[in-house]
Design a protein around this ligand. Structure first.
Ligand SMILES: Nc1ncnc2c1ncn2[C@@H]1O[C@H](COP(=O)(O)OP(=O)(O)O)[C@@H](O)[C@H]1O
Ligand SMILES: [Mg+2]
Length: 237
């Protein structure tokens, strides 16, 4: 399988702090790739650097044959990279429909609103029942689904999700992970950062483990799921 995204020797700095120290990873078309590791390992910085949101970075980030390093975030988005940050960034005072409309306005892919709403309703039935509900009145899990739905409006080829299950009721987490599986079946490739290691590995195809700003281990998800020593060493809190 050919790589959709190749990251090689990626370094990133926040001010004087050298955070990412040569990250290498690859995401192939149709995969769910998990990125795991304890707090402060550099997972969020990895996604932000791939997305072009970190001011100082070096190395190679190649997406569908294009070198992204010199390209600003909005161009990376246009090329098919989707990103749902940890803090979600939905507009809490607006309804579900209005949030989706904003996603559509920001998207390079122009589609009729009706088509987008129909699509969202199919993939996210929970949101379909709440189109005119204000986001702030919804549960954390529903708000997270809205953030994900909004990112899918631009039909990203690769969707990067940063700890989508954080702070969400277990029943909704299960629903969300089923949703990721359906999205993969529907052709979306996913790079998933998760603290919920067992669930992520049960769903994913391959996994990378981060520690100290670099990748320290990679394996098939099933193999890592069974590898208690590695999980204990790098993922326990
Ligand atoms: N805006 C920032 N300014 C300075 N240091 C930061 C900033 N964001 C994160 N860091 C540091 O970078 C390291 C990696 O953080 P992060 O990528 O958020 O890790 P993770 O997502 O794996 O928890 C941590 O040491 C963190 O303190
Ligand atoms: Mg993080």
């Amino acid at each position: 399988m050919t790589a959709m995204l190749t990251v090689e020797g990626m370094n990133a700095w926040y001010g004087p702090s050298h955070i990412l120290q040569g990250v290498d990873l690859e995401v192939r078309r149709g995969e769910i790739v998990c990125l795991i590791g304890r707090n402060g390992a550099g997972k969020t910085t990895t996604l932000r650097t791939i997305m072009g949101l970190v001011d100082r970075s070096t190395g190679r980030v190649v997406f569908e044959g294009q070198d992204l390093m010199k390209r600003p975030a909005h161009i990376r988005n246009r090329l098919g990279l989707g990103y749902v940050p940890e803090e979600r960034r939905i507009v809490s005072g607006l309804t579900v429909r209005e949030n989706l409309r904003l996603g559509l306005l920001a998207s390079a892919v122009k589609r009729p609103e009706r088509v987008v709403i129909d699509e969202v309703a199919t993939i996210f039935p929970r949101l379909a029942e709440r189109l005119d509900q204000t986001a702030i009145t919804m549960s954390g899990g529903e708000q997270q689904m809205l953030a994900i739905a909004r990112a899918t409006v631009s039909q990203p080829k690769l969707l990067m999700l940063d700890e989508p299950s954080e702070g969400i009721m277990p029943v909704l987490v299960d629903e969300m992970f089923e949703l990721f599986g359906r999205m993969r079946d529907g052709g979306t490739t996913i790079l998933l950062v998760e603290q919920n290691v067992e669930l992520a590995l049960a769903l994913g195809d391959r996994a990378y483990v981060m520690d100290g700003g670099g990748i320290v281990h990679h394996a098939n998800s099933a193999a890592l799921l069974a590898d208690e020593a590695t999980k204990e060493r790098y993922c326990s809190v």
